[in-house]
Design a protein. Structure first.
Length: 437
C-alpha cells in the first residue's frame, strides 16, 4: 500500500470523526471495509482470533483494577481529606491553594492512574474553597485542568499500561520511567503558579491562614493511605513480588481496607464504584478491541513499513523527527481523545522512531506527554470539559481554556527538554535494571 493510500485513509477517518461517529465504530469500519477491499472476505477469519486475544490479554486486566482503585479513593472520602492536608502544608506558598490543586492532583494520580478521575475529584473538592477565597476563575480552573493531566504520566498509569500492551514493552520499566518526568512536570507547574502570583497577586485571592506546626503534623495522617497504596502497587512490581495486574489487585485490597476503616463499605458504595468502573472499562476495552481489528489491516497492508520508508526518505535526524511528531500530536489532540490517539498512532509511529534509534521506553513517556497535551487542547480536550462540568457558577468555557494555555506551553517546552536530555526519562529505569542485575 502506498503513502497516498495511507493519507486517503487518514482523511477518511478524520471525515468520519467530524460526523461525530464513535471512534470505535470508525476503526472497525476502516479495518473491516479496508481489509475486505484489499484481501477479500477471508480476512474476517483472522480478526476473530485477534478479538479473542485482546479480551484475554493479561496486562489489560489491570485496567479495570486501576480504575476501581481510583473510584474507591474518591467515594471513600480519602481524596477529600488528602486535599485538606495538602492545603495546610502548601497554602502559604506564593499562589496559595493553586499549589494544593497541583499537589493533590499529583498525589491522587499516583494512586488512581486516571486523568479524568483526577481532574473531576480534585475539582469537586477544590472549587468551592477557591471561589470562597476569591481566586481568579482562570487561574483556578487552569490549574485543575492541567493538574489532572498528571494522572496519565505519574505511575501507575492506565495509559502507560495501554502503551506497554500495544508496544510489547515492560510495564514496570514504563512505570518507573514516568516517575522523574511526573515529579519534574509537577514542580514546573508549581513554579509557574508562584511566578504568576508574584506578578499578578490579585489572581490568588486572600491570604491563607497560617496553621500551627502541630496542626500540620496531625494532618499528615490523611496522606498515609495514598502513600501506602502507592508503595504497595509500585513496590510489588519493582521487587518482583507481583505482575502489574496483581499489583493493581493488591492496591484495591488495601484501598478497601482503608474504606472499611472509615466505615464507608455498603451496598450503595460498591454499586456506585462497580457501575462507574464497568462503564469506563467497557469504553476503553471496546476502543482497544476496535484498534486491534484495524491493526490487522494495517499490518497486512504493510502500513508501518511504508510509513517508515517514507519518513526515512526525508533523512530527518531523531530530534527533527520528534519535533515533527510534536506538531502532529498537537494537531491530532485538537480532534481526538487520548485513548484514540494512542491506539491509532502507536502501531505506525513506534516502528518509525525505533528505526532511527529512539528508545521505545522513552518514546512511551513522549507519547503520554503528547496525550496529556491533548487533554487540555480545545476543542476536544477532555479535562477542560470535566473541570467546566464541576463548576457551580455557570461561568464561560473560555475561562478554562485560557487558564490551561500556559500549562500546555510548559508541557511543550518540557517535552523539548526531554528530547535533548533523554536521561531525565531513561536514567531511573537503567539504574533500577542495574540494581536488579
Amino acid at each position: 500500500m502506498g503513502v497516498g493510500s495511507v493519507f486517503v485513509g487518514f482523511a477518511g477517518m478524520m471525515g468520519l470523526l467530524l460526523m461525530s461517529l464513535p471512534i470505535a465504530v470508525i476503526m472497525v469500519v476502516l479495518g473491516v471495509i479496508g481489509g475486505v477491499m484489499l484481501y477479500g472476505w477471508p480476512l474476517l477469519n483472522s480478526m476473530g482470533p485477534v478479538i479473542w486475544g485482546v479480551q484475554n490479554e493479561n496486562i489489560l486486566t489491570a485496567v479495570p483494577l486501576f480504575i476501581l482503585l481510583g473510584e474507591l479513593l474518591l467515594r471513600s472520602g480519602i481524596a477529600d481529606r488528602m486535599y485538606g492536608a495538602l492545603a495546610i502544608w502548601l497554602n502559604r506558598l506564593p499562589g496559595g491553594l493553586l499549589h494544593t490543586n497541583i499537589g493533590c492532583c499529583a498525589l491522587f494520580a499516583a494512586t488512581s492512574g486516571s486523568s479524568v478521575a483526577t481532574a473531576a475529584t480534585v475539582g469537586t473538592v477544590a472549587l468551592p474553597n477557591l471561589k470562597r477565597r476569591g481566586y481568579g476563575a482562570r487561574q483556578a480552573l487552569g490549574s485543575l485542568a492541567a493538574g489532572g493531566t498528571l494522572g496519565i504520566l505519574i505511575p501507575p498509569s492506565v495509559n502507560l499500561l495501554i502503551y506497554g500492551s500495544l508496544a510489547n514493552e515492560s510495564i514496570g520499566q514504563l512505570f518507573i520511567a514516568g516517575i522523574i518526568p511526573g515529579i519534574a512536570l509537577t514542580l514546573l507547574f508549581m513554579v509557574y503558579i508562584a511566578v504568576e502570583s508574584y506578578f499578578i497577586p490579585a489572581s490568588t485571592g486572600e491570604d491563607e491562614p497560617r496553621a500551627p506546626l502541630s496542626v500540620k503534623i496531625a494532618a499528615l495522617k490523611h496522606l498515609v493511605p495514598p502513600a501506602i497504596i502507592f508503595a504497595v502497587v509500585m513496590g510489588s512490581i519493582y521487587f518482583g513480588i507481583a505482575t502489574p495486574t496483581e499489583s493493581a489487585a493488591l492496591g484495591v485490597v488495601v484501598a478497601l481496607a482503608f474504606a472499611a476503616r472509615e466505615g464507608k463499605l455498603s451496598l450503595e458504595f460498591f454499586d456506585n464504584c462497580f457501575r462507574q468502573t464497568a462503564k469506563t472499562t467497557g469504553m476503553i476495552l471496546l476502543i482497544i478491541t476496535a484498534a486491534f481489528m484495524l491493526n490487522v489491516t494495517l499490518a497486512l497492508g504493510g502500513i508501518a513499513q511504508t510509513m517508515t520508508e517514507w519518513v526515512a526518505s526525508f533523512g530527518l535526524s531523531p530530534w527533527a523527527l520528534l519535533m515533527a511528531l510534536i506538531v502532529f500530536y498537537l494537531f491530532l489532540g485538537m480532534f481526538m481523545d487520548v485513548l484514540s490517539m494512542q491506539v491509532l498512532t502507536i502501531p505506525v509511529a513506534l516502528p518509525i522512531v525505533t528505526a532511527v534509534g529512539i528508545d521505545p521506553i522513552w518514546f512511551g513517556i513522549f507519547i503520554v506527554l503528547m496525550c496529556e497535551l491533548g487533554m487540555i487542547t480545545p476543542p476536544v480536550g477532555m479535562n477542560l470539559y470535566v473541570v467546566q462540568g464541576v463548576r457551580t457558577d455557570g461561568g464561560p468555557f473560555r475561562d478554562v481554556v485560557l487558564g490551561a494555555i500556559p500549562y500546555a506551553l510548559i508541557m511543550i517546552l518540557f517535552t523539548i527538554l526531554l528530547i535533548f536530555v533523554p536521561q531525565i526519562v531513561t536514567w531511573l529505569p537503567e539504574t533500577m535494571s542495574g540494581l536488579a542485575r
